[in-house]
Design a protein around this ligand. Structure first.
Ligand SMILES: [Zn+2]
Length: 320
């Protein structure tokens, strides 16, 4: 089960059906977001398709509370991905309560583009967002458990996919008024409302009463932060190790060259001492060499640098 599906399951359990205003809002929002109008042998009908049978059963129950009409829920043919698609069909009695379509003067059936959700109470704003999520929402979060990180960064994503521009703009305004910075974009023939900030997504989950999804998301955020800190530290440490290993190798090379040309014995006692110390301790860090030689770190570095410079001069002389 995906995180999206799990979250929808949790939201469906917390839909407020004790208030009739919220029942109306839920049914209307779902129909507006994903419903389609059909002409059947029994006349006009409204249908909602989904891979989630639980969602359609909840929709049917809430529609019964709201309008006294239940849906027939059947499994349909499978989707391209092989999942079973379910379809809830309401007969035209539901259209009496929710005028989503009308007959024009010539008798043609037209979709009603008006949006009948004006001045929603706070309870209904929450129900609206919940209905939107269970019918056309999805949510992706990175896998916080895995230590290998082969997915691109910034993988928190919540979106709603809507077909009608007016309704998408309306939903955008409701979400923004509720404090969520959703943006809108067009994808094929759809209007997509989305957020990518993990904090905003967490707040949305709280708003939709999906508390265990929110806790799960927080876990992912914490684990990723820890992993990022650990990665940064180990990158930093290995970069420093590389640097000092390279430096030590270069110093040893220089000292050996000076030695081979009989130049080391001609240098000052201090330089000879540090050269010997380096040759004896190829893996020692600057701090360790400083401690062994009773010099400061910069004193050690200065003398070793001097040896490297002398060796380079010797090399250059040899080339000329
Ligand atoms: Zn309400």
């Amino acid at each position: 089960m995906t995180f999206s599906q799990q979250t929808k399951g949790e939201i469906l359990k917390s839909i407020k059906t004790s208030r009739s205003c919220c029942c109306d809002t839920f049914v209307y929002t779902v129909l507006k977001a994903t419903g389609s109008l059909e002409l059947t042998v029994k006349g006009l009908a409204l249908s909602v398709s989904s891979e989630n049978a639980d969602f359609l059963h909840v929709l049917s129950d809430v529609a019964y509370r709201s309008a006294g009409v239940r849906a027939t829920v059947q499994s349909e043919n499978t989707s391209a991905k092989g999942a079973v698609i379910y379809r809830a069909v309401f007969d035209k009695r539901l259209l009496k309560k929710f005028p989503l379509a009308y007959r024009d003067e010539e008798g043609f059936i037209k979709l009603n583009e008006d949006i009948a959700l004006k001045n929603m109470d706070a309870c209904c704003v929450r129900t609206f967002v919940q209905a939107l999520f269970v019918s056309c929402g999805s949510l992706v979060v990175p896998d916080g458990g895995a230590l290998t990180d082969d997915l691109p960064a910034g993988r928190y994503h919540m979106e709603f996919v809507l077909q009608k521009q007016d309704f998408a703009q309306f939903a955008l305004k409701v979400l923004q008024d509720a404090g969520f910075n959703f943006r809108i974009t067009q994808r094929k023939n759809n209007y997509v409302l989305y957020i990518k900030e993990s904090e905003q997504i967490a707040d949305m989950l709280v708003f939709m009463n999906a508390m265990s999804a929110k806790l799960q998301l927080e876990n992912v955020i914490i684990q990723r932060n820890l992993r990022n800190v650990a990665n940064r530290q180990s990158n930093c440490i290995s970069a420093n190790i590389d640097k000092s290993v390279n430096a030590s190798a270069r110093q040893i090379q220089s000292i050996t060259l000076l030695q081979e040309h009989g130049k080391l014995a001609l240098l000052s006692k201090q330089l000879q001492q540090i050269a010997r110390l380096r040759l004896d301790n190829p893996d020692a860090t600057m701090s360790e060499l400083a401690e062994m030689s009773q010099l400061t770190k910069s004193g050690v570095a200065h003398r070793l640098d001097k040896l490297v410079v002398l060796a380079r001069q010797l090399e250059e002389q040899g080339e000329n």
